[in-house]
Every structure is written in structure tokens, then in C-alpha cells.
Design a protein around this ligand. Sequence first.
Ligand code: HEC
Ligand code: HEC
Ligand code: HEC
Ligand code: HEC
Ligand code: HEC
Ligand code: HEC
Ligand code: HEC
Length: 374
Amino acid sequence: MVKAVKPSVILLSMVSLALFLYLPSAQAKDVVESSYHGQLGKSPALGGWGNGLGMLEKWCALPNFSFEKQGRIRGWKEHCGQCHTSTYRDPATGKTDCLLCHKTKDGEGEPTIAQCVKCHVKDRSKRGDVFDEEHDIHIAVGMRCHDCHERLADAHSDHQFAKGYAIDTTEDTMKGTLSCMKCHEEKPHSRLDEGEILDSKHVTRIACVTCHSGPRPGEAIRSRNWNKFTKDGKSVTEMRNPGWIPKHKWYVGKKLDHLPILGATDLVSKIYPFNVVRVTWFIEKPDTSLDDVVIVPEVRAADTNKDGETTLEEMRKYEKGKYKEAILVTKDFNFSITHSIVPIEQAFSCKDCHGKTAYVLNWKELGYDGDPYY
Ligand code: HEC
Ligand code: HEC
Ligand code: HEC
Ligand code: HEC
Ligand code: HEC
Ligand code: HEC
Ligand code: HEC
């Protein structure tokens, strides 16, 4: 059941409406570049492109691309700019192409799911999300992305979209304002036979998505090796088959180890689902940071016997020892899961977590002595 909008949400919408009205007009303002969708890096005053906040200072092992070492803004534009929007500026107007999300160049027409998914297709490989009617109960009832991620205005832009708490890959230019509880009760199960036990023993300890996202519908990355390559030069990547069960971790809203997450700190600890991706790559020296990478073209060139694998020895011998201290690191990256909420009959239920046939949780890893209800 969906509840009436919370008073706090109304207040928030009023604040944003006020900010929105304060702006001269949507067109006059550089709407997207200054939003978190447009963030890029150093401000123009410092020789950068962005609003001073940015993706360019971040690094993720999945693309394993180094802004510093791979052509800076040109390299970024070529490889990443198609989705990381600021590099998509129209030279004439200096603005983002409104057609990325709207029907016309003037920003008319409500964005469709397909338009958001053009770029957010990455959520599939990172998390196993499938954004269609068959796999997402909300899309099945006609909701679109921005019905949840509503457009808000803040001091930076009128094109911010409500974000969540669990993951925040973008800059902290606005607070997390979106959760399931924006529309649902905190204890939503009272009408069900076993509702009392779900509401009393579970929802304070287990995130809604843990039960309601069920087995994951989409293929997602399990591991990636930046020292092994296929014949066409791609990193050797293993995928999880549809139906995979996420890994569960206590999550407090803080940055976990190697989690590409920044931001929120005010959540109580609950059990959340993650896709844990194991990635292996070369860094230049043992005592530098994880993003001090040996860039992929050089790793491939170092494979002298051309067997598709660059060994540590080969890497260290490359170009007379240019990387003689290189090491290979392997880390787990945790991608939190939020979407593709299944119809309620398919939510994880008692026997999926408790008892002989249970398969969802690993009680020991979560710190329990064992199943508390068996
Ligand atoms: C097909 C679209 C697309 C392309 C191409 C793309 N990205 Fe992304 N990237 C995204 C989206 C969407 C996100 C937002 C978070 C998410 O969906 O997981 C993101 C997030 C990120 C993050 C934040 C951490 C993370 O992994 O979520 C980094 C860093 C990043 N991208 C770097 C890059 C680099 C470097 C390139 C080019 C080599 C690149 N991206 C190319 C769509 C893309
Ligand atoms: C990243 C996606 C995205 C991009 C790019 C984008 N918009 Fe939007 N825009 C949205 C969303 C989502 C809404 C909210 C739609 C709604 O609630 O009906 C919106 C709403 C608007 C509205 C208000 C429409 C209304 O009826 O209230 C205007 C005006 C607008 N955008 C103009 C622009 C212009 C101009 C550009 C190009 C400079 C642009 N947008 C680029 C996603 C985008
Ligand atoms: C039913 C509501 C709902 C719909 C519809 C929805 N989202 Fe979300 N989304 C959320 C919530 C809630 C979170 C934040 C969870 C948290 O961090 O606590 C989220 C988080 C995200 C994130 C951060 C990474 C992640 O997956 O957790 C991205 C990116 C995102 N949504 C994009 C989209 C796109 C693109 C669409 C449409 C294809 C979409 N969302 C549709 C509710 C929704
Ligand atoms: C042109 C590609 C593109 C389009 C179109 C696009 N996004 Fe994004 N989105 C990204 C990238 C890339 C990021 C990562 C942040 C960044 O680059 O600054 C992102 C980040 C987000 C986040 C924040 C995730 C977090 O860190 O919590 C949300 C929510 C989101 N997008 C929703 C939407 C919605 C809703 C639409 C459709 C109206 C949409 N996006 C359309 C590329 C896109
Ligand atoms: C913007 C409002 C909104 C947000 C945010 C939202 N939902 Fe919903 N949800 C709805 C609506 C509307 C329906 C369809 C009406 C209904 O079935 O109650 C629905 C339906 C559902 C259903 C099916 C209920 C049934 O009786 O079949 C579940 C389960 C659910 N949502 C879980 C979630 C979870 C988990 C989240 C957070 C990731 C979430 N919702 C976020 C509005 C929302
Ligand atoms: C421990 C697992 C679990 C957790 C945590 C959980 N749910 Fe449920 N939920 C269920 C099950 C099981 C059902 C009922 C399925 C059935 O009736 O077949 C259900 C049913 C629902 C329904 C339909 C209720 C109705 O009256 O038909 C909604 C809406 C819902 N949950 C939303 C949420 C939200 C929002 C949260 C987070 C506050 C949440 N759930 C947390 C397991 C869970
Ligand atoms: C996603 C997995 C999951 C599902 C589904 C689930 N549980 Fe649980 N259950 C847990 C976890 C985790 C705890 C421990 C919570 C805590 O730390 O307080 C728990 C605790 C309990 C307890 C309390 C045991 C004790 O003495 O501390 C009972 C009773 C229980 N569950 C019964 C049920 C019933 C009945 C259902 C179906 C309606 C159900 N659970 C569905 C994970 C689940």
C-alpha cells in the first residue's frame, strides 16, 4: 500500500519550488552542466571544465581509465563523454544536448525510461537491474524514473534529481532525498498474515530492497581482469547469470572498503544487497594509490609472448623496466542494489532465509551464530 506524501516531503518540494521560481528561466540557466549530471572537475578558472566538483577526480576499476594519463579532457571525451554529459556540450551554446533526455532541443517532452537507460544501461552490468515492465513492478504500473527521482532545484541547478542514501557516486551537491519510504509506510506489512513479524523483527534490520528485489534479473559483472585479454582486446570479464543472488552486508551509509560510494552517513545499519565485483589490475608501485594505474594500452603491449595474459614479469620488463616496481592488485567493489522490484509473490519470504531450504543469507558472514529462527 502506498501512503499519502509525508509532510517533510511536501516541505522539501516547496523549498525546491521556491528555488525554481527564483531562477530566471530553465533555458537561461545552464541547467544540466551545473547539476550533478554535468559534474566534471576543476572549475574553468583552474583550467578545468566543470563546476569544481567532479567525476574527473574519481576513478573506478570497471572502466580502469586514467584521466591523468590518458589524454585528459580529450581522452575522457572520446571514451566517456557519451554518458558523462558535460563533455557533450554543443560548441555553439556551450550546453548539454537537451535531446539526451527530452523530445526536442528546447527541452520539451517528458523524459522516457528509454532515454535515461541509454546511459543507465551501466546499472545493468553493475547491479543486474532490468528497467522494464516485466521485471520492475513500478514500471509495470506506469511509473518512470523521474517519478521517484523527481527533478529538484538547489543552489547549483534546476536539474538535480532526487538521489538516494546507499550509493552516491556523484558529488555531494545535494542531500539524499529519496528512499522507498517516500511513498511506502515504514511498517508496510500490517495487512498480511505474517505482517506483524515482518514489521517487528525485520524492517528495522533489513532494507526493503533485500527482500523485494529478489533474485537479480539481469546479467551482471562478477569479475574483471585487466591483466588478461580476449582476442579482440577486451578485458577478461566473467558475468553472473540472470537469477543470481546478491551478497548481503551490513551497511551504515558510510563508505565501505573500496566502495565507489561517497556521501551519506546518517543511516542506521541494515542488511543490504550488493553485487560484489572482483577486479584485478596493475598499479605502478606498491605504495601508491589504487588509481595510479598502468594504463590498459601499455598493459596489453607488455604481453610479449602474446598469449593474452600479461604476467607480472612481463609487465616489469616492459620498455626496459619503465614499470619495474609494478604490482597486480585484486579488490572487491560493492555496488548496491535498488531497482527491479519484483511482484510481492516473488519477494524473498520466510523459507528463503530461514530453515533447511534457506539460500539467501550467509548467517555466519553477517555475524550471527546461525539462523535465529530455525
Ligand atoms: C554507457 C554510459 C557510460 C559510459 C560510456 C561511461 N560511463 Fe561512467 N557511469 C555511467 C553511469 C550511468 C554512472 C552512474 C552510476 C551508475 O549508474 O552506476 C557512471 C559512474 C561512473 C563513476 C562513478 C563510480 C561508479 O563506477 O559508479 C566513474 C568513476 C565513472 N563512471 C567513470 C567512467 C569512465 C572513466 C568512463 C570512460 C572510460 C565511463 N565512466 C564511461 C555511465 C557511463
Ligand atoms: C539528464 C536528463 C535531462 C537533461 C539532459 C535535460 N533535462 Fe530537462 N528535465 C529532465 C527531467 C527528468 C525533468 C522533469 C520532467 C517532469 O517532471 O515532468 C525535466 C524537466 C524540464 C523542464 C520543465 C518541464 C515542465 O513541464 O515542468 C524544462 C523546461 C527542461 N527540463 C528543460 C531542459 C533543457 C532546456 C535542457 C537542455 C539544456 C534539458 N532540460 C536537459 C531531465 C533532463
Ligand atoms: C520506485 C522508485 C524508483 C524508480 C522508478 C527508479 N528508481 Fe532509481 N532509485 C530509487 C531509490 C529509492 C534509490 C536510492 C536507494 C538508496 O540509496 O537508498 C535509487 C537509486 C538510483 C541510482 C543510484 C545507484 C543505485 O542503483 O542504487 C541510480 C543511478 C538510479 N536510481 C537511476 C534510476 C533510473 C535511470 C531509473 C529509471 C530507469 C530509476 N532509477 C528508477 C528508486 C527508484
Ligand atoms: C547522457 C547520459 C545520461 C542520461 C541520459 C541520464 N543519466 Fe543519470 N547519470 C549519468 C551519469 C554518467 C551519472 C554519474 C554522475 C556523473 O557523471 O556526474 C548519473 C547519475 C545519476 C543519478 C545519481 C546516482 C547517485 O550517485 O546516487 C541518478 C539518480 C540519475 N543519474 C538518474 C537519471 C534519470 C532519472 C535520468 C533520466 C531522466 C538520467 N539519469 C539520465 C548519465 C546519464
Ligand atoms: C515515488 C513513489 C514510490 C517510491 C519511491 C517507491 N514506490 Fe513502491 N510503489 C509505488 C506505487 C505507486 C506502487 C503501485 C501501487 C501499489 O501496488 O501499491 C508501488 C508498488 C510497490 C510494491 C508492490 C506492492 C503490491 O501490493 O503489489 C512493492 C513491493 C514496492 N512498491 C516496494 C518498493 C520498494 C522496495 C521501494 C524502494 C526501492 C519503493 N517501492 C519505492 C510507489 C513508490
Ligand atoms: C524480510 C523481508 C521483507 C522486508 C525487509 C520487507 N518486506 Fe515487504 N514484503 C515481504 C513479503 C514476504 C511480503 C508479502 C508477499 C506475499 O504476500 O506473498 C511483503 C509485502 C509488501 C507489500 C505489499 C503489502 C500488502 O498489503 O499487500 C509492500 C507494499 C511492501 N512489502 C513494501 C515493503 C517496504 C517499503 C519495505 C521496507 C520498509 C519492506 N516491504 C520490507 C517481505 C519483506
Ligand atoms: C531476507 C531474509 C529474511 C526473510 C525473507 C525473513 N527473515 Fe526472519 N530474520 C531475518 C534476519 C536477518 C533476522 C535477524 C534480525 C535481527 O538481527 O534482529 C530474522 C529474525 C527473525 C525472527 C526473530 C528470531 C529471534 O528470536 O531473534 C523470526 C521469528 C523470524 N525472523 C521469522 C520470519 C518469518 C516468519 C518470515 C516470513 C514471514 C521471515 N522471518 C522472513 C531474515 C529474514
